[in-house]
Write a protein that binds this ligand. Structure first.
Ligand code: FES
Length: 115
């Protein structure tokens, strides 16, 4: 099971086990389940309140992850991704370190989620 560590300057870090492979559990859903006070509003990839920075905690690097059109648009609007970043992510199948917690599905990797 992957380990997901939630980290914020305002709270003590919290590491939880996630059920990977279900392809339904988002970072936000996991945060709510474990009472991590991650900001959110629409829960539908539109408001950007659930912006998080996601990095790998091991040396393997992150798995790539699909960004929806909605998520891409919000990340550009927030200044976290440029058009060049989007092209590079698509061409090189790279993960974005900035994600929306309500859109990112937990995968089989150990990650640090900064919120
Ligand atoms: Fe609105 Fe995630 S809660 S974009």
């Amino acid at each position: 099971m992957p380990l997901v560590t939630f980290s914020s300057p305002d709270y003590k870090d919290k590491t939880v086990y996630a059920v990977a492979g279900s392809h339904t559990e988002t970072i936000l859903k996991l945060a709510k389940e474990y009472k991590v006070p991650l900001h959110h509003d629409c829960q539908d990839g539109e408001c950007g309140n659930c912006l998080v920075r996601v990095t790998s905690v091991d040396r393997k690097g992150r798995m790539s992850g699909f960004l929806t059109d909605k998520e891409r648009g919000v990340l550009v609007e927030l200044g976290k991704l440029t058009k060049d970043d989007i092209d590079r992510i698509a061409v090189d199948d790279m993960p974005s370190e900035w994600r929306l917690a309500c859109q990112m599905i937990v995968r089989d990797e150990d990650i640090l989620v900064e919120y």
